[in-house]
Ligand binder design. Sequence first.
Ligand code: ASP
Length: 453
Amino acid sequence: MTSEAIPGGGPKLSLTARIMIGMVAGVIIGVIFNLIDAPFINQHIVGGLFAMIGKAFVNALKMLVVPLVVFSLICGVLGIGDIRILGRVGGKAFVLYMLTTAIAIAVALIIATIVGPGAGFSMEGIEAGSITAATAPTVWDVFANIVPSNPVSAMANGDMLQVIFYVIVVGVAALMLGEISKPFALAAEYMNELMMKVVEIVMAFAPIGVFCLIAKVFAEQGVGLFVPVLAYVATLTGVLLLHLFVTLMVLLKVLSGLNPMTFMAKIRPAQLFAFSTASSNATIPVTYRCVTERMGVDNSVASFTVPLGATVNMDGTAIMQGVATVFLANVYGVDLGIGGYLTVIAMAVLASIGTAGVPGVGLVMLTMVLTQVGLPIEGIALILGVDRLMDMIRTAVNITGDAVVSTIVAKSEGKVDVGIYNDPNAGLLEEHLGIDPHAEEVLADAARPHPAE
Ligand code: ASP
């Protein structure tokens, strides 16, 4: 934990340290409330106060996503300044996103097959027909839907692929207009700075927001839920951690040469947000901030790769689908065969492109995968109880994959400021939260009527 001295006060804990304290306190209080199981606490504290603060905090994060992506992406496109480079950055990011997801699920299938969770499980109490399968969109639909018919509704619905597409087209048009786009570029730059400041304000409330979210999950779920499906939980968590600490870090080292330990230290706030909210989309502002301000990745790459990754890259979710499929195949005594495995890999990679990073979507995608390989979807009932906690871990893995790919792509384009990357204090929130000492003068001057020039 880092601490720093503030003038006239005692040592002040860093925001990351305070978020971690909020998280641990949330687990402890949540487990205690779960054991007490008092109706008053359940209804008014957990279901009332904690739920309200947690929801307000997630809403506050979500409210930042669309404006932040729009303005940072406009700055990004104008910053790149060349449509060919934009295409190259997008191409590299997309290929790496697909590749990491495919590796993730292949490793998950191999390890789950070796460990064999679910063998000898009893299927009592699961009614047939209690869960309905989602239908998988076709590849053609997925690509056709990237073009929004109505950009305003794409923004209102937070459909990030559509928003990204629209903003890139507008950015390219502004580039083509040349000189007269200057005021537009300045305005976008200002709006981007402004939104980053709003991110900081929201993040200042993170310790309490995170505490309430975590306490609520543990109070409602308890830890007893794990016992019946311990083999599934242990295998899944093991593969998720392996992907996080080994696969992604080896890729980062090999493809960018940057130090993985530094990366891990700097991405931590985003991982904590992802864990608490179980939503890659809601975490976009924090991931973006960690990648640009703490790791020195240029906005021209990060503004594009971070929101794209939150939508199309889901390594952790793919791992869950792999382990869950093998687990349920064992439970039902079905032999998947090599064809089954390949189907699972293809489905998981495709499904991750078309679905947004929001809580629980992995489970919906799992129904598609199970239907494809001919497993009864009712089996999902077995893992439903532990899915929220698994969702929290896999979302942290998902956003780490987004940040790794963003860093690799930026490094390959010479767009990482290695000085910032290696500086442990770069972009620490505490340095920025103050108000600019000249702000009043600047604003007063701006408000004063100026004689026409
Ligand atoms: N919650 C995950 C995410 O937002 C998706 C999932 O696995 O359900 O990335």
